[in-house]
Ligand binder design. Structure first.
Ligand code: CO
Length: 161
Protein backbone atom coordinates (compact mmCIF):
# COMPACT_ATOMS: atom_id res chain seq x y z
CA UNK A 1 0.00 0.00 0.00
CA UNK A 2 2.83 2.39 0.87
CA UNK A 3 4.83 2.67 -2.30
CA UNK A 4 7.86 4.70 -1.24
CA UNK A 5 9.04 7.44 1.10
CA UNK A 6 7.81 10.65 -0.52
CA UNK A 7 9.33 13.05 1.99
CA UNK A 8 10.61 13.61 5.50
CA UNK A 9 9.03 16.65 7.18
CA UNK A 10 11.49 18.65 9.29
CA UNK A 11 10.47 21.48 11.61
CA UNK A 12 12.77 24.50 11.66
CA UNK A 13 12.70 28.02 13.08
CA UNK A 14 14.18 29.78 10.04
CA UNK A 15 13.10 28.41 6.67
CA UNK A 16 15.57 30.42 4.60
CA UNK A 17 18.51 29.31 6.74
CA UNK A 18 17.36 25.68 6.63
CA UNK A 19 17.01 25.80 2.83
CA UNK A 20 20.51 27.24 2.51
CA UNK A 21 21.88 24.53 4.82
CA UNK A 22 20.35 21.64 2.86
CA UNK A 23 21.44 23.16 -0.45
CA UNK A 24 25.03 23.88 0.54
CA UNK A 25 25.66 20.84 2.74
CA UNK A 26 23.84 18.09 0.84
CA UNK A 27 23.27 19.57 -2.61
CA UNK A 28 19.50 19.26 -2.45
CA UNK A 29 17.51 21.06 -5.12
CA UNK A 30 14.86 23.60 -4.11
CA UNK A 31 11.70 22.65 -6.00
CA UNK A 32 9.00 24.78 -4.37
CA UNK A 33 8.26 27.20 -1.58
CA UNK A 34 4.72 27.84 -0.45
CA UNK A 35 2.73 29.23 2.44
CA UNK A 36 -0.06 26.96 3.66
CA UNK A 37 -2.24 29.14 5.90
CA UNK A 38 -4.58 26.24 6.68
CA UNK A 39 -1.66 24.28 8.17
CA UNK A 40 0.06 27.37 9.63
CA UNK A 41 3.38 26.88 7.86
CA UNK A 42 5.81 28.28 5.35
CA UNK A 43 7.35 25.30 3.68
CA UNK A 44 9.84 24.26 1.08
CA UNK A 45 10.29 21.03 -0.85
CA UNK A 46 13.86 20.08 -1.73
CA UNK A 47 14.49 17.15 -4.06
CA UNK A 48 17.32 14.74 -3.56
CA UNK A 49 19.75 15.14 -6.41
CA UNK A 50 18.86 13.01 -9.39
CA UNK A 51 20.91 9.88 -9.81
CA UNK A 52 20.51 6.88 -12.07
CA UNK A 53 17.07 5.27 -11.84
CA UNK A 54 16.76 2.90 -8.92
CA UNK A 55 16.55 -0.80 -9.77
CA UNK A 56 13.12 -2.32 -9.51
CA UNK A 57 13.10 -3.72 -5.95
CA UNK A 58 10.60 -6.34 -7.03
CA UNK A 59 13.05 -7.82 -9.53
CA UNK A 60 14.84 -9.73 -6.76
CA UNK A 61 11.58 -11.22 -5.50
CA UNK A 62 10.83 -14.51 -7.31
CA UNK A 63 7.16 -14.20 -6.31
CA UNK A 64 6.77 -10.80 -7.94
CA UNK A 65 5.06 -10.60 -11.29
CA UNK A 66 7.21 -9.25 -14.10
CA UNK A 67 6.13 -5.95 -15.54
CA UNK A 68 6.32 -2.24 -14.88
CA UNK A 69 6.67 -0.77 -11.40
CA UNK A 70 3.37 -0.59 -9.52
CA UNK A 71 1.71 2.83 -9.64
CA UNK A 72 3.37 5.28 -7.31
CA UNK A 73 6.54 3.28 -6.72
CA UNK A 74 8.75 5.40 -8.92
CA UNK A 75 9.21 9.07 -8.20
CA UNK A 76 11.38 11.63 -6.46
CA UNK A 77 11.94 11.92 -2.74
CA UNK A 78 12.02 15.21 -0.89
CA UNK A 79 13.01 16.90 2.31
CA UNK A 80 10.10 19.10 3.39
CA UNK A 81 11.19 22.01 5.59
CA UNK A 82 8.48 23.55 7.79
CA UNK A 83 8.60 26.94 9.52
CA UNK A 84 5.54 27.81 11.62
CA UNK A 85 3.58 30.99 10.85
CA UNK A 86 3.25 31.53 14.60
CA UNK A 87 3.61 29.85 17.98
CA UNK A 88 -0.04 28.81 18.11
CA UNK A 89 0.15 26.43 15.14
CA UNK A 90 0.83 22.68 15.06
CA UNK A 91 4.46 23.13 14.01
CA UNK A 92 4.87 26.10 16.37
CA UNK A 93 3.74 23.97 19.30
CA UNK A 94 5.99 21.12 18.13
CA UNK A 95 9.01 23.46 18.10
CA UNK A 96 8.21 24.78 21.57
CA UNK A 97 7.88 21.26 22.94
CA UNK A 98 10.59 19.36 21.08
CA UNK A 99 12.79 21.88 19.26
CA UNK A 100 13.81 21.61 15.61
CA UNK A 101 13.92 18.13 14.10
CA UNK A 102 11.97 15.44 12.31
CA UNK A 103 8.26 16.24 12.43
CA UNK A 104 6.65 13.61 10.20
CA UNK A 105 7.18 10.99 7.51
CA UNK A 106 5.25 11.15 4.23
CA UNK A 107 4.67 7.90 2.32
CA UNK A 108 3.57 7.69 -1.28
CA UNK A 109 0.31 5.91 -2.09
CA UNK A 110 -1.25 5.23 -5.47
CA UNK A 111 -4.82 6.04 -4.36
CA UNK A 112 -5.23 8.00 -1.15
CA UNK A 113 -8.98 7.34 -0.77
CA UNK A 114 -8.42 3.60 -0.99
CA UNK A 115 -5.42 3.75 1.37
CA UNK A 116 -7.30 5.84 3.98
CA UNK A 117 -10.24 3.46 3.98
CA UNK A 118 -8.02 0.40 4.31
CA UNK A 119 -5.97 1.94 7.14
CA UNK A 120 -9.05 3.19 9.01
CA UNK A 121 -10.48 -0.33 8.82
CA UNK A 122 -7.47 -1.57 10.83
CA UNK A 123 -8.39 0.79 13.69
CA UNK A 124 -5.72 3.44 13.15
CA UNK A 125 -7.24 6.86 13.81
CA UNK A 126 -7.16 9.38 10.97
CA UNK A 127 -6.31 13.02 11.62
CA UNK A 128 -7.77 13.74 8.18
CA UNK A 129 -10.79 11.62 7.31
CA UNK A 130 -10.71 13.17 3.85
CA UNK A 131 -7.66 14.12 1.77
CA UNK A 132 -6.61 17.75 1.59
CA UNK A 133 -4.27 19.90 -0.45
CA UNK A 134 -0.54 19.36 0.12
CA UNK A 135 2.75 20.49 -1.41
CA UNK A 136 3.30 20.28 -5.17
CA UNK A 137 -0.41 19.74 -5.80
CA UNK A 138 -0.50 16.41 -3.96
CA UNK A 139 -3.49 15.03 -2.06
CA UNK A 140 -2.43 14.31 1.52
CA UNK A 141 -3.84 13.03 4.78
CA UNK A 142 -2.34 12.53 8.23
CA UNK A 143 -2.70 9.50 10.50
CA UNK A 144 -2.79 9.82 14.28
CA UNK A 145 0.76 9.40 15.67
CA UNK A 146 -0.60 7.73 18.77
CA UNK A 147 -1.61 4.75 16.63
CA UNK A 148 1.62 4.69 14.58
CA UNK A 149 4.20 4.21 17.30
CA UNK A 150 4.58 7.92 17.97
CA UNK A 151 5.30 8.81 14.33
CA UNK A 152 3.14 11.47 12.73
CA UNK A 153 2.48 9.75 9.40
CA UNK A 154 1.29 11.38 6.19
CA UNK A 155 -0.07 9.69 3.09
CA UNK A 156 0.76 11.42 -0.20
CA UNK A 157 -0.87 10.82 -3.55
CA UNK A 158 1.27 12.91 -5.88
CA UNK A 159 -0.35 15.14 -8.48
CA UNK A 160 -0.80 13.40 -11.80
CA UNK A 161 2.26 14.01 -13.99
CO1 CO B 1 4.53 16.55 4.74
Amino acid sequence: MLTRIDHIGIACRDLDAAIAFYQSTFGLILVSEETNVEQGVREAMLALSAGPPAPNPLAANPLAQPGPLPAGLAGPSYVQLLEPLGPDTPVGRFLARRGPGIHHVGYGVADIEVALAAIAATGVRLVDARPRHGSLGASIAFLHPGDVGGVLTELVEPAAQ
